[in-house]
Design a protein around this ligand. Structure first.
Ligand SMILES: C[S@@+](CC[C@H](N)C(=O)[O-])C[C@H]1O[C@@H](n2cnc3c(N)ncnc32)[C@H](O)[C@@H]1O
Length: 276
Protein backbone atom coordinates (compact mmCIF):
# COMPACT_ATOMS: atom_id res chain seq x y z
CA UNK A 1 0.00 0.00 0.00
CA UNK A 2 1.39 3.45 -0.91
CA UNK A 3 1.92 6.01 1.86
CA UNK A 4 -0.93 8.11 0.50
CA UNK A 5 -3.33 5.14 0.56
CA UNK A 6 -2.26 4.27 4.11
CA UNK A 7 -2.90 7.83 5.26
CA UNK A 8 -6.30 7.91 3.54
CA UNK A 9 -7.26 4.58 5.18
CA UNK A 10 -6.25 5.86 8.61
CA UNK A 11 -8.32 9.00 8.07
CA UNK A 12 -11.40 7.02 6.97
CA UNK A 13 -10.89 4.72 9.96
CA UNK A 14 -10.64 7.57 12.46
CA UNK A 15 -13.71 9.30 11.05
CA UNK A 16 -15.60 6.00 11.02
CA UNK A 17 -14.72 5.38 14.64
CA UNK A 18 -16.24 8.74 15.61
CA UNK A 19 -19.24 8.83 13.30
CA UNK A 20 -20.45 5.21 13.35
CA UNK A 21 -20.66 3.86 16.92
CA UNK A 22 -22.81 0.94 15.72
CA UNK A 23 -19.97 -0.26 13.48
CA UNK A 24 -17.52 0.07 16.37
CA UNK A 25 -19.91 -1.97 18.49
CA UNK A 26 -19.96 -4.75 15.85
CA UNK A 27 -16.17 -4.86 16.01
CA UNK A 28 -15.99 -4.89 19.76
CA UNK A 29 -18.63 -7.58 20.20
CA UNK A 30 -17.40 -9.63 17.21
CA UNK A 31 -20.84 -9.41 15.59
CA UNK A 32 -21.19 -10.98 12.14
CA UNK A 33 -23.69 -8.59 10.60
CA UNK A 34 -21.97 -8.78 7.17
CA UNK A 35 -22.34 -4.99 6.83
CA UNK A 36 -19.79 -2.18 6.49
CA UNK A 37 -16.86 -4.56 6.08
CA UNK A 38 -14.62 -1.98 4.37
CA UNK A 39 -15.32 0.59 7.04
CA UNK A 40 -14.63 -1.95 9.78
CA UNK A 41 -11.30 -2.80 8.15
CA UNK A 42 -10.40 0.91 7.95
CA UNK A 43 -11.24 1.38 11.64
CA UNK A 44 -9.13 -1.62 12.62
CA UNK A 45 -6.29 -0.38 10.43
CA UNK A 46 -6.39 3.07 12.07
CA UNK A 47 -6.42 1.42 15.49
CA UNK A 48 -3.50 -0.86 14.71
CA UNK A 49 -1.43 2.00 13.30
CA UNK A 50 -2.16 4.05 16.43
CA UNK A 51 -1.26 1.15 18.74
CA UNK A 52 1.99 0.56 16.85
CA UNK A 53 2.92 4.24 17.07
CA UNK A 54 2.27 4.26 20.82
CA UNK A 55 4.09 0.95 21.33
CA UNK A 56 0.91 -0.38 22.91
CA UNK A 57 1.26 -4.13 22.29
CA UNK A 58 -1.87 -5.05 24.21
CA UNK A 59 -3.91 -2.75 21.97
CA UNK A 60 -2.20 -4.17 18.85
CA UNK A 61 -3.10 -7.69 19.96
CA UNK A 62 -6.68 -6.78 20.77
CA UNK A 63 -7.11 -5.13 17.33
CA UNK A 64 -5.76 -8.26 15.61
CA UNK A 65 -8.16 -10.45 17.58
CA UNK A 66 -11.08 -8.15 16.70
CA UNK A 67 -10.14 -8.48 13.02
CA UNK A 68 -10.24 -12.30 13.15
CA UNK A 69 -13.32 -12.54 15.32
CA UNK A 70 -15.51 -10.28 13.19
CA UNK A 71 -16.81 -10.77 9.64
CA UNK A 72 -13.85 -8.69 8.39
CA UNK A 73 -11.85 -11.96 8.23
CA UNK A 74 -14.31 -14.21 6.42
CA UNK A 75 -12.78 -13.72 2.93
CA UNK A 76 -9.51 -15.17 4.13
CA UNK A 77 -10.72 -18.77 4.15
CA UNK A 78 -11.95 -18.51 0.55
CA UNK A 79 -9.07 -16.45 -0.87
CA UNK A 80 -6.28 -18.50 0.74
CA UNK A 81 -7.76 -22.00 0.57
CA UNK A 82 -4.96 -22.99 -1.87
CA UNK A 83 -2.44 -22.78 0.98
CA UNK A 84 -3.36 -26.29 2.13
CA UNK A 85 -2.32 -27.87 -1.16
CA UNK A 86 0.57 -25.58 -2.05
CA UNK A 87 2.11 -24.84 1.33
CA UNK A 88 0.97 -27.37 3.91
CA UNK A 89 1.25 -30.43 1.64
CA UNK A 90 4.42 -28.83 0.21
CA UNK A 91 7.36 -27.58 2.28
CA UNK A 92 5.49 -27.56 5.60
CA UNK A 93 4.73 -31.28 5.62
CA UNK A 94 8.19 -31.85 7.06
CA UNK A 95 6.92 -30.74 10.46
CA UNK A 96 4.19 -33.38 10.35
CA UNK A 97 6.84 -36.02 9.50
CA UNK A 98 8.67 -34.93 12.66
CA UNK A 99 5.50 -35.10 14.74
CA UNK A 100 4.63 -38.52 13.36
CA UNK A 101 8.08 -39.87 14.30
CA UNK A 102 7.84 -38.32 17.78
CA UNK A 103 4.29 -39.65 18.35
CA UNK A 104 5.40 -43.20 17.53
CA UNK A 105 7.82 -43.18 20.48
CA UNK A 106 5.96 -40.85 22.87
CA UNK A 107 2.21 -41.18 23.30
CA UNK A 108 0.23 -37.97 22.72
CA UNK A 109 -3.29 -37.85 24.14
CA UNK A 110 -4.73 -34.69 22.67
CA UNK A 111 -3.85 -32.36 19.81
CA UNK A 112 -5.17 -28.80 20.05
CA UNK A 113 -4.84 -26.72 16.89
CA UNK A 114 -5.07 -23.05 17.80
CA UNK A 115 -6.38 -20.95 14.88
CA UNK A 116 -7.53 -24.02 12.93
CA UNK A 117 -9.31 -21.94 10.25
CA UNK A 118 -11.13 -24.22 7.77
CA UNK A 119 -9.97 -27.36 9.62
CA UNK A 120 -8.23 -29.03 6.69
CA UNK A 121 -4.88 -29.31 8.45
CA UNK A 122 -6.43 -30.82 11.57
CA UNK A 123 -8.49 -33.28 9.51
CA UNK A 124 -5.31 -34.35 7.70
CA UNK A 125 -3.44 -34.75 11.02
CA UNK A 126 -6.24 -36.86 12.50
CA UNK A 127 -5.86 -39.32 9.61
CA UNK A 128 -2.08 -39.41 9.74
CA UNK A 129 -1.23 -39.14 13.46
CA UNK A 130 -3.37 -42.14 14.33
CA UNK A 131 -1.92 -42.69 17.82
CA UNK A 132 -3.46 -39.42 19.03
CA UNK A 133 -6.89 -39.97 20.57
CA UNK A 134 -8.51 -36.52 20.43
CA UNK A 135 -8.19 -33.55 18.09
CA UNK A 136 -9.62 -30.13 18.93
CA UNK A 137 -9.76 -27.27 16.45
CA UNK A 138 -9.97 -23.92 18.16
CA UNK A 139 -10.64 -20.64 16.42
CA UNK A 140 -11.77 -17.19 17.50
CA UNK A 141 -13.90 -16.90 14.34
CA UNK A 142 -17.36 -18.40 15.06
CA UNK A 143 -18.43 -18.63 11.40
CA UNK A 144 -15.56 -20.88 10.37
CA UNK A 145 -16.09 -23.07 13.44
CA UNK A 146 -19.81 -23.50 12.62
CA UNK A 147 -18.87 -24.44 9.04
CA UNK A 148 -16.28 -26.95 10.32
CA UNK A 149 -18.80 -28.66 12.60
CA UNK A 150 -20.92 -29.46 9.52
CA UNK A 151 -18.05 -30.17 7.16
CA UNK A 152 -16.31 -32.70 9.42
CA UNK A 153 -19.40 -34.25 11.03
CA UNK A 154 -18.29 -37.67 9.74
CA UNK A 155 -14.91 -37.53 11.51
CA UNK A 156 -15.65 -38.49 15.14
CA UNK A 157 -12.11 -37.80 16.39
CA UNK A 158 -12.47 -34.06 15.62
CA UNK A 159 -14.21 -31.44 17.69
CA UNK A 160 -14.34 -27.70 17.12
CA UNK A 161 -14.61 -24.83 19.57
CA UNK A 162 -14.94 -21.11 18.96
CA UNK A 163 -13.09 -19.25 21.71
CA UNK A 164 -10.17 -16.94 22.16
CA UNK A 165 -7.22 -19.32 22.72
CA UNK A 166 -6.02 -17.08 25.53
CA UNK A 167 -9.05 -18.05 27.60
CA UNK A 168 -9.50 -21.64 26.42
CA UNK A 169 -6.04 -23.21 26.20
CA UNK A 170 -4.86 -22.69 29.80
CA UNK A 171 -8.11 -24.32 31.02
CA UNK A 172 -8.06 -27.29 28.64
CA UNK A 173 -4.45 -28.31 28.25
CA UNK A 174 -3.31 -31.40 30.18
CA UNK A 175 -0.67 -34.11 30.30
CA UNK A 176 0.43 -35.37 26.88
CA UNK A 177 -1.14 -32.47 24.97
CA UNK A 178 0.26 -31.18 21.69
CA UNK A 179 -0.37 -27.49 21.01
CA UNK A 180 -0.13 -26.84 17.28
CA UNK A 181 -0.43 -23.76 15.08
CA UNK A 182 -0.22 -23.62 11.31
CA UNK A 183 0.13 -20.82 8.79
CA UNK A 184 0.46 -17.79 11.08
CA UNK A 185 -1.54 -17.76 14.31
CA UNK A 186 0.87 -16.95 17.14
CA UNK A 187 1.77 -13.86 15.13
CA UNK A 188 -1.57 -12.44 16.37
CA UNK A 189 -0.41 -12.59 20.00
CA UNK A 190 1.90 -10.09 21.66
CA UNK A 191 4.90 -11.60 23.44
CA UNK A 192 3.11 -11.15 26.75
CA UNK A 193 -0.06 -12.74 25.32
CA UNK A 194 1.88 -15.64 23.83
CA UNK A 195 3.72 -16.36 27.07
CA UNK A 196 0.43 -16.26 29.01
CA UNK A 197 -1.09 -18.62 26.42
CA UNK A 198 1.62 -21.29 26.71
CA UNK A 199 2.67 -20.97 30.37
CA UNK A 200 0.31 -23.54 31.87
CA UNK A 201 0.66 -25.82 28.84
CA UNK A 202 4.44 -26.00 29.19
CA UNK A 203 4.05 -27.12 32.83
CA UNK A 204 2.06 -30.24 31.85
CA UNK A 205 3.91 -33.56 31.81
CA UNK A 206 4.86 -34.68 28.29
CA UNK A 207 3.58 -31.56 26.57
CA UNK A 208 4.58 -30.64 23.02
CA UNK A 209 4.42 -27.48 20.90
CA UNK A 210 4.69 -27.51 17.11
CA UNK A 211 4.34 -24.42 14.94
CA UNK A 212 4.60 -23.04 11.43
CA UNK A 213 4.75 -19.24 11.76
CA UNK A 214 5.96 -16.27 9.71
CA UNK A 215 8.80 -14.04 10.91
CA UNK A 216 9.87 -10.50 10.19
CA UNK A 217 12.56 -10.89 7.48
CA UNK A 218 14.67 -8.43 9.51
CA UNK A 219 14.33 -10.25 12.86
CA UNK A 220 17.85 -11.24 14.01
CA UNK A 221 17.08 -14.37 16.01
CA UNK A 222 20.65 -14.80 17.24
CA UNK A 223 20.82 -11.43 18.95
CA UNK A 224 17.28 -10.22 19.45
CA UNK A 225 15.10 -12.21 21.90
CA UNK A 226 12.15 -9.81 21.80
CA UNK A 227 8.99 -9.81 19.70
CA UNK A 228 8.30 -6.98 17.23
CA UNK A 229 5.40 -5.69 15.17
CA UNK A 230 5.99 -6.18 11.45
CA UNK A 231 4.42 -6.30 8.00
CA UNK A 232 1.16 -5.14 6.44
CA UNK A 233 -1.00 -6.65 9.18
CA UNK A 234 0.99 -5.16 12.06
CA UNK A 235 1.31 -8.64 13.53
CA UNK A 236 4.12 -9.96 15.78
CA UNK A 237 7.41 -11.61 14.87
CA UNK A 238 8.53 -13.79 17.81
CA UNK A 239 11.83 -15.37 18.75
CA UNK A 240 10.07 -18.70 19.33
CA UNK A 241 13.16 -20.63 20.44
CA UNK A 242 14.03 -18.06 23.12
CA UNK A 243 10.44 -17.93 24.36
CA UNK A 244 10.14 -21.74 24.55
CA UNK A 245 13.50 -22.09 26.29
CA UNK A 246 12.34 -19.59 28.91
CA UNK A 247 9.73 -22.21 29.81
CA UNK A 248 12.34 -25.01 29.96
CA UNK A 249 11.33 -26.41 26.62
CA UNK A 250 13.80 -28.26 24.39
CA UNK A 251 13.72 -27.59 20.65
CA UNK A 252 13.85 -30.91 18.76
CA UNK A 253 13.30 -29.60 15.25
CA UNK A 254 13.74 -26.15 13.73
CA UNK A 255 13.88 -25.09 10.12
CA UNK A 256 13.47 -21.79 8.33
CA UNK A 257 12.69 -21.19 4.70
CA UNK A 258 11.56 -18.43 2.40
CA UNK A 259 8.41 -18.78 0.30
CA UNK A 260 7.84 -15.74 -1.93
CA UNK A 261 7.99 -12.75 0.43
CA UNK A 262 7.33 -14.84 3.57
CA UNK A 263 10.06 -16.04 5.94
CA UNK A 264 8.69 -19.13 7.65
CA UNK A 265 9.86 -20.93 10.74
CA UNK A 266 8.86 -24.49 11.60
CA UNK A 267 9.59 -25.68 15.12
CA UNK A 268 8.79 -28.59 17.39
CA UNK A 269 9.69 -28.53 21.09
CA UNK A 270 8.93 -30.62 24.17
CA UNK A 271 9.50 -30.40 27.89
CA UNK A 272 11.39 -33.72 27.71
CA UNK A 273 15.07 -33.35 26.89
CA UNK A 274 16.02 -34.51 23.39
CA UNK A 275 17.72 -37.75 24.41
CA UNK A 276 14.74 -39.12 26.34
C1 LIG B 1 -3.76 -16.74 9.13
S1 LIG B 1 -5.14 -17.61 9.71
C2 LIG B 1 -4.55 -19.29 9.63
C3 LIG B 1 -5.70 -20.26 9.56
C4 LIG B 1 -5.28 -21.73 9.32
N1 LIG B 1 -4.39 -22.21 10.37
C5 LIG B 1 -4.66 -21.85 7.95
O1 LIG B 1 -3.44 -21.90 7.85
O2 LIG B 1 -5.42 -21.81 6.96
C6 LIG B 1 -5.13 -17.29 11.45
C7 LIG B 1 -6.25 -17.99 12.21
O3 LIG B 1 -6.03 -17.78 13.62
C8 LIG B 1 -7.29 -17.48 14.23
N2 LIG B 1 -7.03 -16.71 15.45
C9 LIG B 1 -6.46 -15.48 15.54
N3 LIG B 1 -6.39 -15.09 16.83
C10 LIG B 1 -6.93 -16.11 17.57
C11 LIG B 1 -7.15 -16.31 18.98
N4 LIG B 1 -6.83 -15.37 19.87
N5 LIG B 1 -7.72 -17.47 19.39
C12 LIG B 1 -8.07 -18.43 18.49
N6 LIG B 1 -7.89 -18.29 17.14
C13 LIG B 1 -7.33 -17.15 16.70
C14 LIG B 1 -8.02 -16.68 13.15
O4 LIG B 1 -9.40 -16.61 13.36
C15 LIG B 1 -7.62 -17.42 11.88
O5 LIG B 1 -8.52 -18.45 11.56
Amino acid sequence: MSLLKKQAKVLVGRLGETLFPRVVEDLETGRHSGRDIRLKRAILYARSQRAKKLGNEEQSESTLHQYWKTDTANDFYVLYGHRFQDWFLGPHLKLIDQLEAYAQENPIEHMIEVGCGDGRVLDYCSKRLTGIKRFTGLDINPMIIDANKTRYADNPSLSFVSENAQDWVPEHTGPGTLLFTYGGVLEYFSQHGLEALIKRHTQQPDSVIAIVEPLDPAHDLQNDPDSHIFGQENSFSHNHRRILEKFDYHVRFEEEHQMGPIRWIMMMATNKPRNT
